[in-house]
Design a binder for this molecule. Structure first.
Ligand code: HDD
Length: 695
């Protein structure tokens, strides 16, 4: 269709009639992949204007062939991810523990690339399913790449890698029907885990708020498996790796997660991108728990068992460094999609333990990249390339980019005296204890306690967190169609904790339990307060967003003061109006909205304020989206600031008589101060039992 618009100075109608720019600002000419300049990118070569397209049109064929091959197999797990570049800085030397130079020299800055991910869903799935989050960090050290391929949960479902394909098949969409995408709430997952008592501890974490984080900037990270540090003297210690978000770890509520997935399925990816883009760089402290062989032998469980954690009250987490994410990827596919992590990418001074889960991982990651990235040369892709020199005699293969010189592709050799050679300071595997001489397919008896730490986790939670775990189990098991699976799971919950089992049974409306006899009776371990997110949540608004629902006729000066107070806390204010065009303030100044009401439900904000004129409040009270906005903010336990006329809107939302300490009048400086003080606590937990019961 010919365009009716007038071409601008640099624009003209192409021969296809479309409005397009003939030359870019750079003055660079468009070419094919062979460098041939293209004169017409709008029309294929045809026999006459209305005739068939010609096979000789190499421009058309090259473009479409490339397009047809623009996707690679997505990761079998962790397919949906968001990446960022950054750096790591050490603030306490670990020279006494490890030869790894990036952990020795506090003046050194090490480049990193991080990829956060969900596990079960496909690459195009939503950001807020109930799921584990991957937390994979590639350190480009001067001794080679070190990949710390962890999760936001410190334990795992299974003890032995041989069960990994079963676990993943059970949680992924059911193979006959192709659903559910991206959800553990279905029969095959609960069937499998209810037959695997070793998964009970991890299930407690996955049913907790940890599995629905507020932001990727607000998750903890864990290496999960036990590794070894080895120092220059060859002395070895066990080590567990930790990441701590400087903004504090925070989660959303389940009802918010469900609604956020509808409102903005890229909620986490957008949040990470925006924060980095605006210079609010996400930061994570790096910590280690170190213990020697004797201390490890004294633990109540086996340090090689990935379903167990070491409470930090028992072995403190020493914070030794910080990671800052300060650059968004230039290209999602080239970097976030093609980055290839591998737990076997280690540097001298960090070694594996014999954890059987880790041992299996050491095979899987390299293997999967071969099919995902199409051959053995994926280390040459820029995001995977070590930043230190890389020289060896490996040659050829699909997609080889480097052009090695010379006739020598073997070692030892005498024909390339300047070629690379072995070095004593290179990677050495240190002897680590005795191995059994028998070949066995057996689980060690020290891996048998499947319930004690699950119970410890539940007992370490605050009341709201316990309620959420009960609700999560009730939701997930409520989706299970086979009653026998539900009964079996309740049997496990009864062993973990009677109140947990009672709460879930009540929420499900059933008394039918299939009793389970544990292989080993659980013990009562001391609670670990560090496991609770709420107990250690910092009172802060840093990195948070406050949504202000605004009508016409509001005092612009007051709005400015509110914005200033919010920004002084390191938070952001977002203005939501009925129309994206915005509102006219009382001084007749027009203020554009950041979001239209229809596109910004209150679930995407951490706290809210409602500022209206009498007329504006009446207008909003007739808008279902505004009523939902207010009702949801209250139901999601948010702190609500409001001016006088806005009370009418809350009343219309059915909230009259329910106002509590989290509903604050903001009409002057004192009101703003009280509001900010309360909003720093993020949620009014005491409100929860009044608005929602588990189940
Ligand atoms: Fe895994 C990807 C973390 C057990 C096999 N895994 C993958 C990623 C993370 C983890 C964060 C995404 C990396 C990225 O962003 O590209 N995996 C873990 C943790 C585990 C774990 C913390 C338990 C301690 N994984 C595990 C086992 C196996 C695998 C036991 C197989 C035996 N994981 C894979 C994989 C993936 C992967 C199939 C898929 C894509 C990839 O590797 O690159 O090889």
């Amino acid at each position: 269709m010919p365009s009716s618009r007038t071409p601008g100075p640099k624009q003209q109608h192409g021969s296809g009639g479309e409005l397009h720019q003939k030359s870019g600002k750079s003055g660079e000419n468009l070419t094919t992949n062979q460098g041939i300049e293209i004169s017409d990118n709008q029309n294929s070569l045809k026999s006459g204007t209305r005739g068939p397209t010609l096979l000789e049109d190499f421009l058309l064929r090259e473009k479409i062939t490339h397009f047809d091959h623009e996707r690679i197999p997505e990761r079998i797990v962790h397919a949906r991810g968001s990446g960022a570049h950054g750096y790591f800085e050490l603030n306490k030397s670990l020279r006494h523990l490890t030869k790894a130079t990036f952990l020795q020299d506090t003046r050194k800055r090490t480049e990193v690339f991080v990829r956060f991910s969900t596990v079960a869903g496909g690459a195009g799935s939503v950001d807020l399913p109930r799921d584990v989050r991957g937390f994979a960090v590639k350190f480009y050290t001067d001794q080679g790449n070190f990949d710390l391929v962890g999760n936001n949960i410190p334990v795992f479902f299974i003890q032995d890698a041989v069960k990994f394909p079963d676990l993943v098949h059970s949680v992924k969409m059911e193979p006959d029907r192709g659903f559910p995408q991206n959800a553990s709430a279905h029969d095959t997952f609960w069937d499998f885990v209810s037959l695997m008592p070793e998964s009970m501890h991890m299930l407690m974490w996955v049913m907790s708020d940890r599995a629905i984080p507020r932001s990727l900037r607000m998750i903890e990270g864990f290496g999960v498996n036990t590794f070894r540090f080895v120092n220059a003297e060859g002395e070895s210690n066990f080590v567990k790796f930790h990441w701590r978000p400087v903004l504090g770890a925070a989660s959303v509520l389940w009802d918010e997660a469900v609604k956020i997935n509808g409102a903005d399925q890229d909620f986490h990816r957008r949040d990470l991108w925006k924060a980095i883009d605006s210079g609010n760089f996400p930061e994570f402290e790096f910590g280690v728990q170190v213990l020697d062989d004797r201390a490890a032998a004294e633990l109540e469980f086996d340090i090689l068992d990935a379903t167990k954690l070491i409470p930090e009250e028992m072995v403190p987490v020493q914070i030794v460094g910080k990671m800052v994410l300060d650059r968004n990827p230039d290209n999602f596919f080239a970097e976030t999609e093609q980055v290839a992590f591998h737990p076997a990418n280690l540097v001298p001074g960090i070694e594996f333990s014999d954890d059987p889960l880790l041992q299996g991982r050491l095979f899987s990651y390299l293997d999967t990249q071969l099919s995902r990235l199409g051959g053995a040369n994926f280390h040459e892709i820029p995001v995977n390339r070590p930043r230190c020199p890389m020289r060896n005699f490996q040659r050829d293969g699909m997609r080889r980019m480097d052009v090695p010189k010379g006739r020598v592709a073997y070692e030892p050799n005498s024909l390339a005296p300047d070629g690379p050679r072995e070095t004593p300071s290179g990677f050495v595997t240190h002897p680590q204890g005795d191995f059994g001489s028998e070949k066995v397919r057996e689980r060690s008896a020290t891996f048998k306690d499947h319930y004690s730490q699950a119970r410890m986790f539940f007992n370490s939670m605050s009341e709201p967190e316990q309620r959420h775990i009960v609700s999560a189990f009730a939701f997930e098991l409520g989706k299970v169609e086979t009653p026998a699976i539900r009964k079996r799971m309740l049997g496990h919950l009864a062993i973990i904790d009677k109140t947990l089992c009672g709460g879930v049974s009540k929420a499900l409306g059933t008394n039918e339990i299939d009793p389970i006899t544990p292989a080993l009776e659980p013990r009562d371990l001391a609670p670990s307060p560090a496991l609770s997110l709420i107990k250690k949540a910092p009172a802060t608004l840093r990195g948070r967003t406050i949504g202000v629902l605004l009508s016409n006729g509001v005092d612009g000066g007051f709005l400015k003061r509110l914005k200033k107070a919010i920004e002084a806390e390191g938070a952001e204010m977002a203005v939501v109006c009925r129309k994206i065009g915005g509102v006219t303030l009382s001084d007749k100044i027009k203020l554009p909205a950041d979001h239209a009401l229809s596109a910004a439900p209150s679930v995407i904000f951490d706290a809210v304020a409602i500022l209206t004129s009498d007329e504006g409040a009446n207008e909003l009270a007739e808008e279902a989206a505004a009523i939902d906005w207010v009702r949801d903010a209250f139901g999601h336990l948010k702190v609500i600031g409001l001016n006088g006329p806005s009370v009418a809107l809350l009343n219309k939302a059915g909230l009259s008589g329910m106002f509590d300490e989290g509903v604050i009048t903001i009409e002057d400086a004192a009101g703003i101060e009280a509001y900010i003080r309360m909003a720093k606590h993020q949620r009014i937990w005491d409100r929860e039992p009044k608005v929602r019961s588990p189940g």
